[in-house]
Design a protein around this ligand. Structure first.
Ligand SMILES: Nc1ncnc2c1ncn2[C@@H]1O[C@H](COP(=O)(O)OP(=O)(O)OP(=O)(O)O)[C@@H](O)[C@H]1O
Length: 359
Protein backbone atom coordinates (compact mmCIF):
# COMPACT_ATOMS: atom_id res chain seq x y z
CA UNK A 1 0.00 0.00 0.00
CA UNK A 2 1.32 3.44 -0.90
CA UNK A 3 1.41 5.57 2.23
CA UNK A 4 0.27 9.20 2.12
CA UNK A 5 3.08 11.58 3.01
CA UNK A 6 2.34 14.49 5.31
CA UNK A 7 2.99 17.69 3.34
CA UNK A 8 4.35 20.71 5.15
CA UNK A 9 0.97 22.41 4.68
CA UNK A 10 -0.72 19.47 6.37
CA UNK A 11 1.89 19.38 9.10
CA UNK A 12 0.03 22.50 10.11
CA UNK A 13 -1.20 24.67 7.28
CA UNK A 14 -3.15 27.70 8.43
CA UNK A 15 -3.43 31.40 7.83
CA UNK A 16 -2.66 31.81 11.54
CA UNK A 17 0.86 30.57 10.99
CA UNK A 18 3.49 32.66 12.80
CA UNK A 19 6.52 30.80 11.50
CA UNK A 20 7.06 28.33 8.73
CA UNK A 21 10.10 26.14 8.25
CA UNK A 22 10.45 24.41 4.91
CA UNK A 23 12.83 21.63 4.11
CA UNK A 24 15.73 23.04 6.10
CA UNK A 25 19.17 21.42 5.69
CA UNK A 26 22.03 22.56 7.90
CA UNK A 27 25.53 21.15 8.29
CA UNK A 28 28.69 21.96 10.24
CA UNK A 29 32.13 21.78 8.67
CA UNK A 30 34.33 19.44 10.68
CA UNK A 31 37.72 17.91 9.96
CA UNK A 32 36.20 14.50 9.11
CA UNK A 33 33.49 15.96 6.86
CA UNK A 34 30.06 17.58 7.12
CA UNK A 35 28.02 17.05 10.31
CA UNK A 36 24.47 16.79 8.98
CA UNK A 37 22.80 18.41 11.99
CA UNK A 38 19.40 19.33 10.46
CA UNK A 39 18.04 17.30 7.55
CA UNK A 40 14.94 18.30 5.63
CA UNK A 41 13.00 19.74 8.57
CA UNK A 42 9.58 21.27 7.89
CA UNK A 43 6.96 22.49 10.32
CA UNK A 44 4.64 25.41 10.93
CA UNK A 45 4.15 27.17 14.23
CA UNK A 46 0.73 28.71 14.76
CA UNK A 47 0.17 32.01 16.51
CA UNK A 48 -0.03 31.48 20.26
CA UNK A 49 0.92 27.82 19.97
CA UNK A 50 3.69 26.03 21.86
CA UNK A 51 5.73 23.40 20.09
CA UNK A 52 8.22 21.19 21.91
CA UNK A 53 11.25 19.87 20.05
CA UNK A 54 12.31 16.71 21.85
CA UNK A 55 15.04 14.14 21.27
CA UNK A 56 18.35 12.91 22.62
CA UNK A 57 21.41 15.11 22.85
CA UNK A 58 22.89 15.71 19.41
CA UNK A 59 19.64 15.25 17.49
CA UNK A 60 19.79 18.79 16.07
CA UNK A 61 17.35 20.65 18.32
CA UNK A 62 19.63 23.55 19.26
CA UNK A 63 20.91 23.92 15.68
CA UNK A 64 17.29 24.14 14.58
CA UNK A 65 16.53 26.83 17.21
CA UNK A 66 19.64 28.87 16.42
CA UNK A 67 18.84 28.88 12.72
CA UNK A 68 15.45 30.44 13.40
CA UNK A 69 17.12 33.57 14.80
CA UNK A 70 20.12 33.34 12.44
CA UNK A 71 22.59 32.78 15.26
CA UNK A 72 24.34 29.72 13.90
CA UNK A 73 28.11 29.63 14.44
CA UNK A 74 30.27 30.39 11.41
CA UNK A 75 31.15 26.71 10.96
CA UNK A 76 27.49 26.03 10.14
CA UNK A 77 26.03 26.32 6.68
CA UNK A 78 22.39 26.36 5.65
CA UNK A 79 22.42 24.22 2.50
CA UNK A 80 18.80 24.72 1.58
CA UNK A 81 15.33 25.48 2.85
CA UNK A 82 13.28 28.45 3.96
CA UNK A 83 12.25 30.09 7.20
CA UNK A 84 9.26 32.38 6.77
CA UNK A 85 8.05 34.57 9.60
CA UNK A 86 4.79 36.50 9.52
CA UNK A 87 5.07 39.81 11.35
CA UNK A 88 2.25 41.66 13.11
CA UNK A 89 1.19 43.43 9.94
CA UNK A 90 0.89 40.09 8.16
CA UNK A 91 4.04 40.74 6.11
CA UNK A 92 6.15 37.68 5.41
CA UNK A 93 9.83 37.89 6.32
CA UNK A 94 12.25 35.58 4.60
CA UNK A 95 14.49 35.09 7.66
CA UNK A 96 17.42 33.48 5.87
CA UNK A 97 17.67 36.43 3.50
CA UNK A 98 17.16 39.31 5.93
CA UNK A 99 19.73 42.10 5.61
CA UNK A 100 21.61 43.42 8.64
CA UNK A 101 19.04 46.05 9.65
CA UNK A 102 16.06 43.77 9.08
CA UNK A 103 17.75 41.04 11.08
CA UNK A 104 18.53 43.40 13.96
CA UNK A 105 14.85 44.30 14.22
CA UNK A 106 13.69 40.73 13.71
CA UNK A 107 15.71 39.40 16.63
CA UNK A 108 14.15 40.22 20.01
CA UNK A 109 11.37 42.39 18.56
CA UNK A 110 9.76 39.60 16.51
CA UNK A 111 11.51 36.50 17.71
CA UNK A 112 13.60 36.06 20.87
CA UNK A 113 15.68 33.10 21.95
CA UNK A 114 16.50 32.26 25.55
CA UNK A 115 19.64 30.15 25.49
CA UNK A 116 20.52 26.85 27.06
CA UNK A 117 23.56 28.54 28.56
CA UNK A 118 21.39 31.30 30.04
CA UNK A 119 23.15 30.96 33.36
CA UNK A 120 26.35 32.27 31.79
CA UNK A 121 24.84 34.42 29.06
CA UNK A 122 24.64 37.61 31.12
CA UNK A 123 27.65 39.91 31.04
CA UNK A 124 29.19 39.72 34.54
CA UNK A 125 30.29 43.35 34.60
CA UNK A 126 26.90 44.82 33.72
CA UNK A 127 24.08 45.38 36.14
CA UNK A 128 20.75 43.83 35.14
CA UNK A 129 19.29 47.28 34.31
CA UNK A 130 22.08 47.81 31.74
CA UNK A 131 21.26 44.47 30.11
CA UNK A 132 17.71 45.71 29.58
CA UNK A 133 18.85 49.12 28.28
CA UNK A 134 21.44 47.57 25.94
CA UNK A 135 18.98 45.05 24.53
CA UNK A 136 16.46 47.80 23.92
CA UNK A 137 19.00 50.13 22.33
CA UNK A 138 20.38 47.51 20.00
CA UNK A 139 17.14 45.96 18.86
CA UNK A 140 14.13 48.25 19.20
CA UNK A 141 13.04 49.82 15.93
CA UNK A 142 11.68 53.02 17.52
CA UNK A 143 14.40 55.68 17.16
CA UNK A 144 15.12 57.59 20.41
CA UNK A 145 15.44 55.57 23.59
CA UNK A 146 13.41 56.82 26.52
CA UNK A 147 15.35 55.17 29.35
CA UNK A 148 12.57 55.75 31.87
CA UNK A 149 10.10 53.93 29.65
CA UNK A 150 12.51 51.05 29.07
CA UNK A 151 13.02 50.62 32.81
CA UNK A 152 9.25 50.73 33.37
CA UNK A 153 8.86 47.93 30.80
CA UNK A 154 11.78 46.03 32.39
CA UNK A 155 10.01 46.24 35.76
CA UNK A 156 6.81 44.95 34.22
CA UNK A 157 8.47 41.88 32.67
CA UNK A 158 10.55 41.22 35.78
CA UNK A 159 7.38 41.24 37.88
CA UNK A 160 5.85 38.85 35.37
CA UNK A 161 8.64 36.34 35.97
CA UNK A 162 8.15 36.92 39.70
CA UNK A 163 11.27 38.83 40.49
CA UNK A 164 11.43 41.95 42.62
CA UNK A 165 12.47 44.61 40.06
CA UNK A 166 13.95 47.03 42.57
CA UNK A 167 16.32 44.42 43.89
CA UNK A 168 17.15 42.71 40.62
CA UNK A 169 17.67 45.74 38.35
CA UNK A 170 20.53 47.04 40.46
CA UNK A 171 22.21 43.67 40.88
CA UNK A 172 25.13 42.19 39.01
CA UNK A 173 24.46 38.71 37.60
CA UNK A 174 26.72 37.00 40.17
CA UNK A 175 24.55 38.39 42.96
CA UNK A 176 21.59 36.38 41.68
CA UNK A 177 20.87 32.64 41.98
CA UNK A 178 20.80 30.42 38.88
CA UNK A 179 17.00 30.39 38.86
CA UNK A 180 16.85 34.17 39.16
CA UNK A 181 19.31 34.61 36.28
CA UNK A 182 17.23 32.24 34.16
CA UNK A 183 14.16 34.36 34.91
CA UNK A 184 16.08 37.54 34.03
CA UNK A 185 16.91 35.94 30.67
CA UNK A 186 13.25 35.10 30.08
CA UNK A 187 12.27 38.66 31.07
CA UNK A 188 14.85 40.06 28.62
CA UNK A 189 13.32 37.86 25.95
CA UNK A 190 9.93 39.41 26.69
CA UNK A 191 11.19 43.02 26.76
CA UNK A 192 10.29 43.86 23.16
CA UNK A 193 7.13 41.79 23.20
CA UNK A 194 8.13 39.32 20.46
CA UNK A 195 5.61 37.20 18.67
CA UNK A 196 7.70 34.05 18.94
CA UNK A 197 9.94 33.01 21.81
CA UNK A 198 12.36 30.10 21.65
CA UNK A 199 13.44 28.53 24.92
CA UNK A 200 16.39 26.15 24.75
CA UNK A 201 16.40 23.70 27.67
CA UNK A 202 14.79 26.30 29.95
CA UNK A 203 14.98 24.19 33.11
CA UNK A 204 18.19 22.21 32.64
CA UNK A 205 20.82 22.74 35.34
CA UNK A 206 18.27 24.07 37.84
CA UNK A 207 17.20 22.32 41.03
CA UNK A 208 13.75 20.74 41.13
CA UNK A 209 12.03 23.55 43.04
CA UNK A 210 13.48 26.21 40.75
CA UNK A 211 12.52 24.13 37.72
CA UNK A 212 8.94 24.15 38.97
CA UNK A 213 8.99 27.95 39.33
CA UNK A 214 10.29 28.35 35.76
CA UNK A 215 7.65 25.95 34.43
CA UNK A 216 4.99 28.05 36.16
CA UNK A 217 6.36 31.19 34.50
CA UNK A 218 6.30 29.52 31.08
CA UNK A 219 2.76 28.27 31.65
CA UNK A 220 1.62 31.80 32.50
CA UNK A 221 3.34 33.10 29.38
CA UNK A 222 1.31 30.65 27.41
CA UNK A 223 -1.98 31.32 29.16
CA UNK A 224 -1.87 35.10 29.58
CA UNK A 225 -0.01 36.23 26.46
CA UNK A 226 -0.19 35.56 22.80
CA UNK A 227 3.36 34.27 22.45
CA UNK A 228 4.02 31.39 20.16
CA UNK A 229 6.72 29.26 21.75
CA UNK A 230 9.19 26.69 20.66
CA UNK A 231 10.86 24.97 23.51
CA UNK A 232 13.71 22.63 23.12
CA UNK A 233 14.00 19.93 25.72
CA UNK A 234 15.00 16.38 26.34
CA UNK A 235 12.61 16.38 29.30
CA UNK A 236 9.40 14.73 28.10
CA UNK A 237 7.45 15.63 31.21
CA UNK A 238 8.13 19.31 30.53
CA UNK A 239 6.89 18.85 26.97
CA UNK A 240 3.78 17.01 28.17
CA UNK A 241 3.02 19.79 30.59
CA UNK A 242 3.61 22.79 28.36
CA UNK A 243 3.33 21.88 24.69
CA UNK A 244 0.35 21.92 22.37
CA UNK A 245 2.35 20.00 19.79
CA UNK A 246 5.46 17.90 19.89
CA UNK A 247 8.10 17.20 17.26
CA UNK A 248 10.52 14.36 17.95
CA UNK A 249 13.93 14.81 16.34
CA UNK A 250 16.37 12.04 15.51
CA UNK A 251 19.60 12.39 13.51
CA UNK A 252 18.63 15.88 12.37
CA UNK A 253 15.13 15.00 11.18
CA UNK A 254 11.66 15.43 12.60
CA UNK A 255 10.63 11.77 12.73
CA UNK A 256 7.29 12.28 14.48
CA UNK A 257 5.08 15.35 14.87
CA UNK A 258 1.57 15.86 16.15
CA UNK A 259 -0.62 17.08 18.99
CA UNK A 260 0.89 16.34 22.37
CA UNK A 261 -1.87 13.81 23.19
CA UNK A 262 -1.35 11.94 19.93
CA UNK A 263 2.43 11.78 20.11
CA UNK A 264 2.52 10.79 23.79
CA UNK A 265 -0.53 8.53 23.93
CA UNK A 266 -0.50 7.13 20.40
CA UNK A 267 3.16 7.15 19.38
CA UNK A 268 3.73 5.76 15.89
CA UNK A 269 7.53 5.92 15.72
CA UNK A 270 9.60 3.34 17.62
CA UNK A 271 12.05 6.06 18.67
CA UNK A 272 9.29 8.09 20.37
CA UNK A 273 8.13 4.84 22.00
CA UNK A 274 11.70 4.32 23.24
CA UNK A 275 11.83 7.84 24.68
CA UNK A 276 8.49 7.35 26.43
CA UNK A 277 9.62 4.00 27.84
CA UNK A 278 12.61 5.71 29.39
CA UNK A 279 10.45 8.13 31.45
CA UNK A 280 9.89 7.01 35.05
CA UNK A 281 6.28 7.13 36.24
CA UNK A 282 5.07 7.50 39.79
CA UNK A 283 3.24 4.20 39.82
CA UNK A 284 6.19 2.35 38.33
CA UNK A 285 4.30 2.34 35.03
CA UNK A 286 4.79 -0.04 32.19
CA UNK A 287 7.08 -2.63 33.77
CA UNK A 288 10.70 -1.66 34.31
CA UNK A 289 12.29 1.21 32.50
CA UNK A 290 14.21 0.24 29.44
CA UNK A 291 16.42 2.67 27.62
CA UNK A 292 16.84 2.59 23.86
CA UNK A 293 19.68 0.20 22.98
CA UNK A 294 22.68 1.51 21.05
CA UNK A 295 23.60 5.14 20.53
CA UNK A 296 22.69 7.92 18.11
CA UNK A 297 24.36 7.73 14.69
CA UNK A 298 27.50 9.49 13.58
CA UNK A 299 26.08 12.51 11.73
CA UNK A 300 29.07 12.59 9.37
CA UNK A 301 28.75 8.99 8.25
CA UNK A 302 25.15 7.94 8.72
CA UNK A 303 23.59 4.50 8.31
CA UNK A 304 21.71 3.77 5.10
CA UNK A 305 17.91 3.99 4.90
CA UNK A 306 16.13 4.90 8.12
CA UNK A 307 18.77 6.36 10.42
CA UNK A 308 17.14 4.65 13.39
CA UNK A 309 17.23 1.15 11.92
CA UNK A 310 20.38 -0.09 13.73
CA UNK A 311 18.61 0.52 17.07
CA UNK A 312 15.09 -0.41 16.05
CA UNK A 313 13.30 -3.62 17.04
CA UNK A 314 10.98 -3.27 14.00
CA UNK A 315 13.73 -2.86 11.39
CA UNK A 316 13.39 -4.81 8.13
CA UNK A 317 15.26 -4.86 4.83
CA UNK A 318 13.17 -1.92 3.59
CA UNK A 319 14.28 0.18 6.57
CA UNK A 320 17.93 -0.50 5.74
CA UNK A 321 17.40 0.63 2.17
CA UNK A 322 14.86 3.46 2.15
CA UNK A 323 14.50 6.40 4.50
CA UNK A 324 10.77 6.75 5.20
CA UNK A 325 9.05 10.12 4.62
CA UNK A 326 6.85 11.65 7.29
CA UNK A 327 3.79 9.47 6.78
CA UNK A 328 0.30 10.85 7.47
CA UNK A 329 -1.12 8.72 10.29
CA UNK A 330 -4.22 10.93 10.71
CA UNK A 331 -5.19 14.02 12.70
CA UNK A 332 -2.19 16.07 11.51
CA UNK A 333 0.05 13.46 13.05
CA UNK A 334 3.05 12.31 11.04
CA UNK A 335 5.57 9.52 11.66
CA UNK A 336 8.61 8.62 9.56
CA UNK A 337 8.35 4.86 10.00
CA UNK A 338 7.48 2.16 7.46
CA UNK A 339 6.02 0.06 10.29
CA UNK A 340 4.02 2.71 12.12
CA UNK A 341 0.86 0.59 12.10
CA UNK A 342 2.58 -2.24 13.98
CA UNK A 343 4.20 0.26 16.33
CA UNK A 344 0.88 1.79 17.38
CA UNK A 345 -0.84 -1.61 17.57
CA UNK A 346 1.87 -2.92 19.90
CA UNK A 347 1.76 0.24 22.00
CA UNK A 348 -2.02 0.02 22.37
CA UNK A 349 -1.79 -3.68 23.22
CA UNK A 350 0.87 -2.88 25.86
CA UNK A 351 3.40 -5.01 23.97
CA UNK A 352 6.96 -3.93 24.34
CA UNK A 353 9.03 -4.41 21.22
CA UNK A 354 12.24 -3.29 22.90
CA UNK A 355 11.80 -5.76 25.72
CA UNK A 356 10.68 -8.56 23.42
CA UNK A 357 13.78 -8.25 21.32
CA UNK A 358 16.14 -8.01 24.23
CA UNK A 359 14.88 -11.34 25.65
N1 LIG B 1 29.76 24.32 16.28
C1 LIG B 1 29.65 23.04 15.89
N2 LIG B 1 30.57 22.47 15.09
C2 LIG B 1 30.45 21.19 14.66
N3 LIG B 1 29.43 20.39 15.00
C3 LIG B 1 28.49 20.89 15.81
C4 LIG B 1 28.54 22.23 16.30
N4 LIG B 1 27.45 22.45 17.08
C5 LIG B 1 26.76 21.29 17.08
N5 LIG B 1 27.37 20.35 16.32
C6 LIG B 1 26.92 18.98 16.06
O1 LIG B 1 25.64 19.04 15.44
C7 LIG B 1 24.81 17.99 15.93
C8 LIG B 1 23.52 18.56 16.48
O2 LIG B 1 23.83 19.30 17.65
P1 LIG B 1 22.72 20.14 18.45
O3 LIG B 1 23.42 20.88 19.54
O4 LIG B 1 21.92 20.92 17.48
O5 LIG B 1 21.83 18.97 19.05
P2 LIG B 1 20.85 19.00 20.31
O6 LIG B 1 19.79 18.02 19.99
O7 LIG B 1 20.44 20.40 20.58
O8 LIG B 1 21.76 18.47 21.45
P3 LIG B 1 22.02 19.09 22.92
O9 LIG B 1 20.76 18.86 23.68
O10 LIG B 1 23.18 18.30 23.41
O11 LIG B 1 22.35 20.55 22.68
C9 LIG B 1 25.64 17.24 16.97
O12 LIG B 1 26.22 16.11 16.36
C10 LIG B 1 26.71 18.23 17.36
O13 LIG B 1 27.90 17.57 17.75
Amino acid sequence: MKEKTLSSAEIRGSERTALSVENLEIGYRASRGIVHAVRGVSFDLLEGESLALIGESGSGKTTMGLSLVRLLPTSAKVFSGKIIFKDDTGRQLDVLNLEKEGLRRFRWEQCAMVFQSALNALNPVLRVRDHFLDTYKSHASSGRVDEKKVIERAKEVLRFVQLDPDRVLNSFPHELSGGMRQRVMIALGLLLNPKVIILDEPTTALDVITQRAIIDVIRRLKQEHEFAMIFISHDLSLAAELADRVATMYAGRVIEIGNVEDVFYKPCHPYTVGLLRAVPTLEGGRKDLISIPGSPPDLIDMPSGCKFHPRCPYATQQCMEEEPPLIDVGNNHGAACWHWQRVIQDWEAGKDAYERDSD
